[in-house]
Design a binder for this molecule. Sequence first.
Ligand SMILES: Cc1ncc(COP(=O)(O)O)c(C=O)c1O
Length: 234
Amino acid sequence: MVPFDDVGAFERALNANTVAVMVEPIQGEGGVVVPASDYLRRVREFCDRHNLLMILDEIQVGVGRTGKFFAYEHSGTKPDIITLAKALGGGLPLGAMVAKSEIASAFTPGSHGTTFGGNPVSCAAGLATVEAIDQEHVLENATSVGSYIIERLRGFARTCDRVKEVRGLGMIIGAVLNHDARPVVDACLKDRLLVNGTAGNVLRMLPPLNLSRQDADAGLAIIERALRTAPIPS
Ligand SMILES: Cc1ncc(COP(=O)(O)O)c(C=O)c1O
């Protein structure tokens, strides 16, 4: 592992055994860390220069989360391999590794087996999910409601000392607090809103991609109340 958003760190870690680099387009568990806009392009150049595969872990940010089907589509470059899961099955367990055909052909059917892999019910749910994303303007909604949430939280942050920064893209949103996020998470849960704390002090929001503006307002009211009233941990 090397520091995120730092191509120089790959250069320093490179050795004769290196075959690939694997990064998240935006770090999720790492605290909703959005890299510089040229980061993935620079990772691509680094991989091309050293004949390495570029693997993007889109398990958290793929399948529409950022407002594009794949998060890499914001970057102007393409990876060689993508990992997908979470949203891919629309709630049913499903994961996939997607690769350029010359790489994928290294596997033949059965060479990467898993007991429940490719089960028909999950695959049907995956197809239905992709169709719904296409037909129900889900990406447009994730883009517009996501930027509404980010802007509104940024406005709120100007009035609230405990929020240092609000960052994200589409429907992956993090509010960086000046203390551990747990009391704010707990206050939201008490009000029946599911949010999470990641990287210690980041309040992470991953709302449904089809969230309406009204439901966003209702959720934001809970989050703002929690940020105003939750105890600050010592
Ligand atoms: C970016 C990323 N990659 C991989 C995983 C692990 O995924 P799985 O549980 O499908 O193995 C997660 C889970 O949170 C994740 O966020």
